[in-house]
Design a protein around this ligand. Structure first.
Ligand code: KG4
Ligand code: ZN
Length: 348
């Protein structure tokens, strides 16, 4: 940790198909936050191709680092810490970001820290709402993860439930493909749904009424497939609206129940699917009736970014005194176990 002066963290995120770099001053002031999406590159394949993603991260990352430093108006030698996503995610893409980060840290003689991407999503909230600290219940919902976590404090997490199969965003992306929407489909399903009838088709809500806080979304995907076989001319807008009614219904029920069970009066929703307008409206309305405040980071911090990675790195290094050896390996299956480099959980 630097003695006096400012503490500058470079965050690197390459766990899936976004190449992202950010510069953070101390633990909360964002000086640069650049995200380059590979979505167009993968759209032709209908999903992320790991090898293509790795190569593109390697191609783009050095330029983004340079641009971020220039945007932050600092020299590379001003940096105090390098933080890069260690997992969960795709092995190749994770290795590209980690290796680049380690190389910089080694060359500059500064510490390196590997960041759990899931904890990163939580820190999007810390960055955007420093005045709404833990304890709170958190729903991390994206293309790779759907988890409920009781946040006792930053750095102290109790996993409450998670998906037993597909993540919510993953299911939306796969359903999008069935109705002819390009990858990733979440935002377009969100838009389409506003033109459709959410009661047109009653899709199943798997595990919505089962005890506990785990989720399941793969049955919904299969239900849509069978429905489309029987009704090939069904309006995509009605399918989108009915699918979202099911996904949002499940997410709202489980997260509000979890907040109540754990006696939390605040629910924080993070990750790419937290950008969904229907989920936002429904959660806020449902929370209001039960005295639960529901908060979401701004859209740019909901989807993958490196600001959240830098924020975890700075917190763990400055508050908890953590630093990782350069021998730290990428961990594609990292879960929400409270540590920043532990193991377990589902990779995307
Ligand atoms: O957090 P994120 O950028 O990447 C992962 O860590 O997975 O989330 C991406 C996911 C994709 O599945 C995408 O379809 C979904 O978030 N998504 C949305 C919306 N915007 C992005 N899903 C529903 N409604 C949206 N508005
Ligand atoms: Zn993510």
């Amino acid at each position: 940790m630097s003695d006096g002066g400012t503490f500058l963290t470079l965050g690197i995120e390459t766990s899936c198909d976004e190449t992202a770099v950010a510069v953070l001053r101390d633990e909360d002031k964002l000086l640069a936050n650049l995200v380059y999406s590979q979505a167009d590159l993968h759209a032709q394949y209908g999903g992320v191709v790991p090898e293509v993603a790795s190569r593109d991260h390697a191609r783009k990352l050095p330029y983004l680092v340079k641009e971020a430093l220039s945007k932050a108006r600092i020299a590379v030698t001003d940096l105090s810490l390098i933080a890069a996503t260690v997992g969960p995610g795709l092995m190749g893409p994770l290795l590209v970001g980690m290796s680049h980060g380690k190389g910089l840290a080694y060359g500059l003689g500064i510490p390196f820290i590997g960041v759990n991407h899931l904890e990163g999503h939580l820190f999007a909230h810390r960055l955007s709402a420093p005045d709404a600290p833990p304890p709170f219940m958190a729903l991390v919902v994206s293309g790779g993860h759907t988890s409920l976590v009781d946040v006792v404090d930053y750095g102290r997490y109790q996993p409450v439930g998670s998906t037993v199969d597909d993540a919510a965003g993953e299911a939306l992306d796969k359903i999008g493909k069935m109705i002819g929407i390009g990858y990733p489909a979440g935002a377009e399903i969100d838009r389409l749904a506003t033109e459709g009838d959410p009661t047109a088709i009653r899709f199943p809500r798997p595990m919505a009424d089962s005890p506990g806080f785990d989720f399941s979304f793969s049955g919904l995907k299969t239900a849509v497939l069978y429905h489309l076989r029987k009704h090939p001319r069904e309006r995509p807008a009605d399918i989108a609206a009915s699918v979202l009614a099911s996904v949002v219904g499940i997410l709202v029920k489980k997260s509000i129940e979890a907040a109540r069970r754990y006696h939390r009066d605040r629910l924080v929703v993070v990750g790419g699917v937290a950008a969904n307008t229907h989920l936002r409206e429904s959660l806020v309305a449902s929370g209001k009736g039960r005295g639960i405040e529901v908060l979401f980071p701004p859209l740019a911090l909901c989807t993958d970014n490196a600001a959240m990675i830098a924020a975890v790195g700075a917190f763990r290094h400055c508050q908890l005194g953590e630093t990782h050896p350069l021998s730290l390996s990428a961990n594609p299956g990292l879960g929400f176990n409270g540590g920043s480099s532990g193991s377990g959980g589902k990779a995307r």
